[in-house]
Design a protein around this ligand. Structure first.
Ligand code: UDX
Ligand code: UDX
Length: 452
């Protein structure tokens, strides 16, 4: 059995590494247009930072796991082809800012049709709008090359930062296929791969459209919980209730459950916002404007939360931060990843820069280039200084703005840090991450989410 995965990104790379590690007799080749990315996957400095990923890759690389830019030949030789290319929000034309841009999915399908090489199973791994498989199917069946193609939907539920643990022991694996006999055989073939390390009961099979829609729905529900608790955090700040106490109290109700109730400066990442906008756009498209508005509100609440946090910084600092130095601790959208896509840090930092603040930014894993690019500024811009550690970032600053919950931020000596800062010194904890007693005892004026 030979597997090809198109797209060596945050999803394709780790997922294929896990399949290769678990299925030693299966040949897994990950292809990508980007030569630099492929070179990094073949080195010890992987393009994706994930705890345990390097070990997983190393256990199979060169044996049954390969990374290459030789896309056509790999497709030709493979029995199963995963499409794991990015599906960003469209930034042009019809559906701009809401609909998913499927141009990469379409070009992959056209390429698979063009290179031929035999009958194949084509698996949508990327998150796509419901009924995308229809487009892939039409393109492949119009190839007229004598080969037959089965399309499956197999969305990925891993979360960044815990990708390896999620892949090793997922809550479920979802496979959607056509209800025909050939469709069911294809589903079975893919299920057999996962069954090499995952219990059969955890492998859910559905029709294609249910599978595609389940991924969007899962992300929408998760994001909705965060927006719901963040909405309550605003009320907590106004009333003196404590959002973590409220979350704990409601989370013990087994019908609600404790997860995804952590109030924060807002959710980020490449998925939540994109997928909800896409879901909402689909609802609009299918004549369901009220449903579209309902889901849109989850994104709007997230924007509101980021803005509220910024406003709080401004108010605390006498509505003037022009010329002041602020330390930004954390830039990734969550801990244990080098990914800053849609990170709340981006919009907070941009707003602070609009107010003419100077920012000293430190993140343990996000690269300098990635930070500068996401802020849309060039190297050498005096307004932003990217630091090598938290001490450097906080030195001579008026305030610390904590935006990512990296473990190492808990281990810092805040008394020392405070002594090196301008007074009064402020601490804005966007994740309620640091023990408040330590921060207050060090002398800071502390501001947290959903707490007075
Ligand atoms: C994934 C999913 O595929 C996306 O649908 C989901 O919503 C988020 O996770 P991700 O792995 O994070 O995307 O994307 P990214 O890290 O950008 O990787 C995509 C890779 O595909 C890139 O390396 C890009 O170079 C490659 N690519 C893109 C191709 O090789 N061919 C193409 O035609 C387009
Ligand atoms: C998400 C889904 O969890 C995953 O199943 C899907 O495959 C991809 O999208 P990811 O975006 O990688 O994964 O990380 P996740 O842990 O879901 O966090 C997303 C954002 O929500 C982060 O910015 C995180 O800090 C924030 N978050 C999460 C909260 O603010 N509060 C919470 O309680 C949980």
């Amino acid at each position: 059995m030979k597997i090809c995965c198109i797209g060596a990104g945050y999803v394709g790379g780790p997922t294929m590494a896990m399949i290769a590690k678990q299925c030693e007799s299966t040949m897994v080749t990950v292809v990508d247009l980007n030569q630099d990315r492929i070179d990094e996957w073949n080195s010890d400095k992987l393009p994706v930072y994930e705890p345990g990923l390097l070990e997983t890759v190393k256990s199979a690389r060169g044996k049954n796991l390969f990374f290459t830019t030789d896309i056509d030949q790999t497709i030709k030789d493979s029995d199963i082809i995963f499409i794991s290319v990015n599906t960003p929000t469209k930034d042009y034309g019809e559906g701009k800012g809401r609909s998913a841009d499927l141009k990469y999915i379409e070009s992959c399908a056209r390429n698979i049709a063009k290179v031929g090489g035999g009958d194949k199973i084509v698996v949508e791994k990327s998150t796509v709008p419901v009924r995308t498989a229809q487009m892939v199917k039409e393109i492949l069946s119009s190839a007229d090359n004598g080969y037959s193609y089965q399309i499956l939907s197999n969305p990925e539920f891993l979360a960044e930062g815990t990708a390896i643990a999620d892949l090793e022991n997922p809550d479920r694996v979802l496979i959607g296929g056509e209800t025909t006999e050939a469709g069911q055989q294809a589903v079975e073939k893919l299920a057999n791969i996962y069954a090499q390390w995952i219990d059969r009961e955890k492998i859910i099979t559905t029709n294609l459209w249910s599978s595609e829609l389940s991924k969007l729905t899962a992300n929408a529900f998760l994001a909705q919980r965060i927006s719901s608790i963040n909405a309550i955090s605003a009320l907590c700040e106004a009333t003196g209730a404590d959002v973590d106490e409220v979350a704990n109290a409601i989370g013990t109700d087994s019908r609600i459950g404790p997860k995804f109730l952590k109030s924060s400066v807002g959710f980020g990442g490449s998925c939540f916002q994109k997928d909800i906008l896409n879901l909402s756009y689909l609802c609009q498209h299918f004549g369901l404007p009220e449903v579209a508005d309902y889901w849109n509100q989850v994104v709007q609440m997230n924007e509101h939360q980021k803005n509220r946090f910024f406003q709080r910084i401004m108010e605390a600092m006498f509505n003037t931060i022009s010329g002041k130095n602020l330390a930004i601790l954390g830039f990734a959208f969550k801990k244990d990843t080098n990914d800053a896509r849609e990170s709340p840090a981006i919009s907070i930092c941009k707003k602070l820069l609009e107010e003419c603040a100077h920012l000293k930014i430190y993140d343990p894993e996000v690269s300098k280039l990635s930070i500068l690019n996401s802020l849309g500024i060039k190297e050498g811009d005096k307004r932003v200084h990217i630091c090598n550690n938290a001490e450097e970032a906080t030195n001579e600053t008026h305030a610390i703005v904590l935006l990512t919950e990296w473990d190492e931020f808990r281990e810092l000596n805040y008394e020392n840090i405070f002594s090196q800062m301008q007074k009064p010194a402020y601490f804005f904890d966007g994740r309620n991450h640091i023990d408040p007693t330590i921060i207050k005892e060090a002398g800071f004026r502390l501001f947290r989410i959903g707490k007075n």
